[in-house]
Design a protein around this ligand. Structure first.
Ligand code: DGL
Length: 267
């Protein structure tokens, strides 16, 4: 099977949830991951800064010769219109596939947990409205959770406290049963969301974006059994380019069941 070289970008380690889904596809891939951990969270920054920081990551991926880039960050994806007009590489954002999934639910009220920037952009709500005007999107933002998940050492108590507060806010908003995890960091702690709100259903859109980026390079996919097994069978290679700490990545790759990176490079 032909190998493909795919770039994945995020402000930090959240985009590894999309790498995990790419590994599950059982396709030979050279994945180049760029995480700008020194500047996480992007979601509390102004638009001009987010775009400038992202262009730096896209330049690096352009030099690596990737065929397409998964923008595995909702905050950055909310600026995709500006980025697309400047990028030489095809970009696949995470908001459009997620919005299609939200619009297809047979529920009139759907929740969104995301960063301040993503919720304020209103892009999920706009796209869902275009596809299905009867669905209302209720956004609850966190200014803290993405950075907490990206932090070493891991502060489980602070993470749980922040998630409990987000869930309490969502309950006050309205009759929401299904919530999109609209920040790629959040599925890393999906078990905590599920534990604290067993009556709610949480959607991780990583698999939808992974399929979309694979389609962009001409691959049709069927999901395999586990990231480890699938990537062994398909010989996935992973390079991590980061402004953060490679040791934190090693831990997170292990936590997510993704095979170790072959190479770490400084961003
Ligand atoms: N993983 C990013 C997202 O999906 C985190 C955001 C941030 O850095 O603010 O939005």
């Amino acid at each position: 099977m032909q190998r493909h070289r795919i770039g994945v970008i995020d402000s930090g380690m959240g985009g590894l949830t999309v790498v995990r889904s790419l590994c599950l596809a059982g396709v030979p891939l050279d994945i180049v991951y760029v995480g700008d951990n020194a500047n996480v969270p992007y979601g509390n920054r102004p638009l001009t800064e987010i775009v400038a920081l992202t262009e730096r990551m896209l330049d690096v991926l352009d030099r690596r010769g990737v065929e397409a880039v998964a923008i595995a960050c909702n905050t950055i994806s909310a600026t995709v219109d500006m980025l697309e007009s400047r990028s030489k590489i095809p970009l696949v954002d995470i908001i459009r596939p997620a919005a299609r999934a939200m619009a297809g639910l047979s529920e009139l009220h759907v929740g969104l947990f995301a960063t301040e920037f993503t919720v304020q952009s209103g892009l999920h709500a706009k796209l869902v409205r275009e596809l299905n005007p009867s669905v209302e999107v209720h956004g609850v933002a966190s200014a803290r959770l993405a950075a907490l998940i990206d932090s070493v050492p891991w502060d489980e108590a602070a993470i749980r406290e922040e998630i409990a507060s987000m869930i309490a806010k969502m309950r006050r908003v309205g009759p929401v049963r299904t919530v999109l995890l609209g920040c790629t960091h959040y599925p890393i702690v999906q078990n905590v969301f599920e534990e604290l709100a067993p009556d709610m259903r949480f959607i991780d859109p990583a698999g939808l974006q992974a399929n979309e980026v694979l389609r962009a390079v001409g691959v049709a996919t069927a999901p395999a059994k586990s990231p480890q097994l699938a990537s062994e069978e398909s010989a996935i290679s992973l390079e991590v380019i980061t402004s953060g700490d490679p040791a934190a990545y090693r831990q997170m790759l292990d936590k997510l069941g993704i095979p170790p990176a072959q190479r770490f490079t400084q961003l």
